[in-house]
Design a protein around this ligand. Structure first.
Ligand code: TRP
Length: 333
């Protein structure tokens, strides 16, 4: 990356449910760090993308816009430093998507591994909504309309950044140098397993610990977590690799010596699951309490005001880029 170049960060989330610990380690944590390093940052609440598979339930998307905004504020995104926006209120993004649709083949869209997995998950089979299949193109518009140079994301979003780069390249070749190629920035922990031990924490699998879960709910989820299924009695030797209780400790624990000791003890035998879980519960409660507290400082109305203001600001940037795009495409009549 060219160090002289001014960096612009853009990232986003679909407002389909509460944000959870997986979002935190996969992306939110990085955003806070980048924000506090003084980078220009845009964060998009991607309601149009959420509608591509929730179009029958717009009310759910609407309600979650405020909730996601509150989640952002509670982890420390600061509206003085970071522009938080609502995707559907920036019509330039829809316009840009139309131009980009010409530059991508259906076969290319069908090869996107993340979309492929989602199509399977949602049981679309042969009746894939066109809006859903093409959402990576709309996501490319999100990224390119803000001239983002860095997109901090989890692993599953890498194909989207690749697609955005391809579109930018193709556009620049056809119409002249206009768009800036973004780069993905992966977090150290790009994927947190679910409480059930499945590969990924996700709201649809019911295996997530949400940022706004109550103390009681967190404790219950932790005490019911999947561990090493062969570790039946306290004296049995246990496995640490792939054991989500230890993965969470690695991600959120501060006392590395203690965690190391616990791992050794667990592997040797003699350390019960419930003891490890009790410790993990303490660690997570300590992590989530200040987040819950910060959230209580904002009302839903405050959150809505903040993102509306951000959207107005974001539109100015997007419309400058759109003017360049129209001029390169010779449609600036
Ligand atoms: N696809 C992302 C997700 O499912 C959300 C998203 C929409 C996004 N637009 C974006 C992420 C732009 C990064 C950049 O979480």
């Amino acid at each position: 990356m060219n160090k002289q170049q001014k960096q612009t960060i853009l990232t986003g989330d679909r407002p389909t449910g509460p944000l959870h610990l997986g979002h935190y380690v996969g992306s939110l944590k990085q955003r806070i760090e980048l924000q506090n390093q003084g980078f220009d940052m845009f964060v998009l609440i991607a309601d149009m993308q959420a509608l591509t598979d929730n179009f029958k339930n717009p009310q759910k998307v609407r309600e979650n816009i405020t909730q996601v905004a509150l989640d952002y504020l509670s982890v420390g995104l600061d509206p003085q430093k970071t522009t938080i926006m609502i995707q559907s209120q920036i019509p330039e993004l829809a316009e840009l998507t139309m131009f980009f649709l010409n530059l991508v083949t259906i076969a290319r869209l069908e090869r996107n591994p993340t979309v492929k997995a989602e199509i399977k998950d949602r049981g679309f089979n042969r009746s894939i909504p066109a809006g859903f299949l093409t959402y990576p193109i709309s996501q490319a518009a999100d990224i390119l309309a803000f001239e983002a140079t860095i997109v901090p994301v989890g692993e599953d979003q890498l194909p989207m950044i690749e697609q955005a780069r391809e579109i930018a390249n193709r556009f620049n070749l056809l119409y002249g140098d206009t768009l800036i190629l973004p780069e993905a920035q992966l977090s150290a922990f790009s994927r947190l397993p679910g409480t059930d031990g499945k590969e990924k924490m996700s709201k649809s699998s019911n295996n997530s610990i949400n940022l706004f879960d109550s103390e009681e709910v967190i404790e219950k989820k932790v005490m019911n977590m999947f561990t090493d299924p062969k570790h039946l009695r306290v004296e049995d030797q246990g496995q640490v690799e792939g054991n989500p209780v230890f993965t969470y400790l690695d991600a959120f624990g501060k006392d590395l010596n203690k965690i190391d000791e616990m791992k050794k003890h667990y592997q040797l035998g003699g350390l019960g699951d419930s003891e490890v879980k009790k410790y993990l519960n303490d660690v997570l409660q300590e992590f989530l309490e200040p987040i819950r507290e910060r959230r209580s400082l904002y009302s839903e109305k405050d959150a809505m005001e903040i993102i509306k203001t951000g959207t107005i600001k974001g539109r100015i940037t997007a419309s400058h880029v759109l003017a360049k795009v129209r001029s390169s495409m010779k449609i600036n009549y």
